[in-house]
Design a protein around this ligand. Structure first.
Ligand code: EPU
Length: 420
């Protein structure tokens, strides 16, 4: 079995190059369906979720040509299939975002229902209702979403009852080639949404308001030839920053940007960590002598991101007092708690959304299993501080979103190896 072995107790030191953002790359790659000409995209992270996305696009006969390890060209001229296969969609929920672009450009799409996942039920009602409001006919048959829009999608007002990153991206993509103006109210404001809008605008789309809660999309006839560089991965960057603090180290995050972190950096400073921008793209993170406990609540951007909740929990296990986490986005995102408990962590689950973390838990090595992507990194942080050799398995979760963790952490002086 594929496993990562970590000998804990070594502070992280050095520089780590941050990958392109997974959660910006996924919708950006999918939205190449909307273009008529060739598109070149750089800073694409090499991850399992990207491999899945490329496979789905290839199934549609979208031509993809590698230019260098992180750069590909995409040409949608020969798309002649409008259906994604269950095997691919079921491994990655974001793949259902192909529905809107196929529908708006080719007026038809069949996409398997993505189903629930380990962090919660994750319904898609907001996506479906919005596309219906734009004129799509949608039925669910035998586990497939079957959609058509004979005369194309129409711009309209969409009022989301809940802030959703994916649904905001989906409507933005669907609105680009729709007739007339689409206005999204209660839109998500995540930097990845700004990145998607910037990419589409570079190809000729007319999107304004990205990064605010009201986004306007004026439909255009077509999108043309362009190139784009994906933004840095703020979640990967945050994960390494938390690992540096937990191990009492000092690292430099390279290839990041100042405006992508929202409140996260302020919360890092509350732990006592010192943050210093060495230049516009390099952030130095220095751990405090003693880590202060900080209570957090996850919520849409700019608040603390749910994707950093589990790594933050591992860091808080090393704090000098107790802290709490309230998870407001997903209903089942504490599956890492029993695994951390196997390492001696004292964490009390108060209800399905709240935990109390006992600081200065004495962590000792154990065999642990990753239960989702971010939980995998939380266990790695725990392993970096635990006494003895921790073994982490179920690494397919980790590989979905973190490129070369072992290489990057080894470069930061961690004692970490991976066995097949
Ligand atoms: N929701 C609904 N109905 C919908 C859509 C969402 O009720 O139709 C609910 C969800 O169940 C959840 C909340 O709305 O309770 C927010 O979910 P959202 O739609 O914002 O999440 P997402 O678009 O499915 C993206 C990221 C996630 C990240 C969340 C929240 C991508 C590919 N995924 O998911 O990333 O946690 O936003 O920020 O962008 C990860 O990278 O580990 C990851 C899970």
């Amino acid at each position: 079995m594929d496993k990562i072995k970590i000998i804990g107790g070594f502070p992280l030191h050095g520089t780590v190059k941050i990958q392109g953002a997974k959660n910006a790359a996924l919708p950006i790659l999918i939205s190449t369906i909307l273009f008529n000409d060739q598109v070149t995209i750089t800073n694409i992270p090499i991850l399992e979720d990207i491999t899945t996305t490329l496979a789905i696009l290839k199934e549609l006969n979208l031509e993809i040509t590698p230019v260098s390890p992180n750069t590909f060209t995409f040409n949608s001229a020969n798309i002649n299939k409008f259906q994604a296969s269950y095997d691919l969609v079921s491994t990655m929920r974001a793949s259902m975002l192909i529905l809107g672009p196929l529908l708006s450009k080719y007026k038809q799409a069949i996409v398997p229902l993505p189903g629930g996942c380990s962090i919660g039920q994750r319904p898609i009602d907001l996506h479906i209702k919005a596309l219906q409001k734009m004129g799509a006919k949608i039925t669910i048959e035998h586990g497939n979403i079957i959609a058509s829009a004979k005369t194309g999608l129409l711009g309209t007002e969409i009022n989301f009852s809940k802030v959703s990153v994916g649904a905001t991206e989906h409507v933005m993509m669907a609105g680009v080639l729709a007739k007339g103006k689409t206005v999204i109210h209660n839109a998500a404001c995540e930097p990845e949404i700004i990145d998607l809008a910037n990419f589409l605008n570079k190809g000729g789309a007319k999107i304004t308001g990205q990064g605010t809660s009201t986004i306007e999309i004026t439909g255009v006839e077509s999108l043309g030839n362009t190139n784009y560089t994906i933004m840095p991965d703020r979640i990967e960057a945050g994960s390494y920053a938390l690992a540096a603090i937990a191990t009492k180290g000092e690292i430099v995050l390279e290839n990041v940007k100042q405006n992508i972190f929202g409140d996260f950096l302020t919360i890092l400073e509350k732990t006592g960590a010192k943050l210093k921008w060495l230049n516009a793209t390099s952030l130095q993170v220095t751990a405090p002598k003693e880590i202060m406990p900080v209570n957090i609540v996850t919520a849409p951007f700019p608040a603390f991101p749910t994707d950093l909740q589990s790594p933050f929990m591992s860091t808080m296990l090393c704090a000098k007092g107790d802290s709490t986490i309230k998870e407001e986005i997903f209903e089942n995102r504490f599956t890492h708690v029993p695994e951390l408990a196997r390492m001696g962590a004292e964490i009390i689950i108060q209800d399905s959304h709240s935990v109390l973390i006992k600081g200065k838990s004495h962590l000792t090595s154990a065999n642990v299993k990753a239960t989702d992507l971010r939980a995998a990194f939380a266990l790695i942080i725990a392993g970096l501080v635990a006494e003895g050799e921790t073994v982490v398995t179920k690494l397919h979760h980790l590989d979905r979103g973190y490129n070369d963790v072992v290489g990057k952490l080894s470069g930061l002086q961690a004692k970490i190896t991976r066995d097949q």
